[in-house]
Design a protein around this ligand. Sequence first.
Ligand SMILES: *Cc1c(COP(=O)(O)O)cnc(C)c1O
Length: 418
Amino acid sequence: MTATPHVGTDWLARADELDRTDPLAAVRDEFLLDAAPDVVSYLDGNSLGRPLRATADRMAEFVGGQWAGRLIRGWTDGWMQWPETVGDELGRVALGAAPGQTVVADSTTVLFYKLVRAAVDAAPPGRDEIVCDTDNFPTDRYVIEGIAAERGMTVRWIDTDPTAGVTVEEVRAAVGPRTALATFSHVAYRSGWMADAVAITDAVHAAGALVLWDLSHSVGSVELRLDDWDVDLAVGCSYKYLCGGPGSPAFGYLATRHHGTLRQPVQGWMGHAEPMLMGPGYAPASGARALVSGTPPILAMVPLRCGLEVIGRAGMAAVRAKSLRLTEFTLELVDAWFGDLGVDVVSPRDPARRGGHVTLHRADFREVTDELWRRGVIPDYRDPGGIRIGPAPLSTSFLEVHDGLAVLRDVLTERPVP
Ligand SMILES: *Cc1c(COP(=O)(O)O)cnc(C)c1O
């Protein structure tokens, strides 16, 4: 723990000042906040974003207007193209991806499977390894284990430090002539470590392999430049910082240079070049559309479209700037209040390596989290002993961070340091 630089600071006044000077403060009023009067502080924007007011209205309009009014005609009116149109909008607003490379479909897990399979199936003979780190999100690890078994491949695990995250040095040491694909989370779900996507992508390419980034914890919180970074493939979910709602669909990115050569294995009719011909044999649609398999989850894209509108208006540069101010403020409070309470900061203090959340560690944080929830403060708990403070840049105020951590301080003061 570093020495407290802010002894004597009036933290409530500081939170108030940060809110008054926050260029995105007004955006918070666009969210449906009053529905949770028991919530003192919502600090889990990295797990499930809050809904926008517009989302509630737009869902009702969609059901009453488009669904009830257009019925089956809705598909030819435009629903059929939503995977690409919403994907392009997401690419423009949040991914740094030119049109034609992003689709919205499936869950992250399923789309991840499809993209990993597409990449390894296209690898030349002798490239029979998938490189991944041991601290990657569970679904990613499980899926590549399954694919390795199914395809007779080997997973080369980078045993990374779970209090930090994967580094370019570790990646350079792991990739080589046998690597087909390397895949990592851009922002680590546990520590919030933001990997150096540019350097790691280059290192994987230098070894002659492809890279797949899982952006679930980055999209909508940090700036992404997939085209500029020369990324091959990417996936991510839309219910975290994009506010798509529980179970909203995932997105997949396939760089234009791989269109036609990388083919995903779930050859459904909706990824067919001519789905309504219903003919014999599968012929993939051109471009990223070929990543789609079954009927697109139209209803579940309505909230995502609302989220993208707000992010588009705010601009990702402003969103990231606020996210960093929120996590910086979190760290200031932690240093000022928790110095003697046995709390460790697991997340990077370096803003260049820090994603959208801050993870704190103490051995009894599982029970502490239960107590926080009882008192209306909602972060989440991740083993071992980690509380993730995940302020959402669009919907979390500095006062909310202050109030949440003040309750955490109260709870910790009441308990013996383990
Ligand atoms: C949240 C998250 C997922 C979620 O996968 P689902 O299929 O939507 O359950 C995947 N990967 C990462 C890195 C995540 O943070």
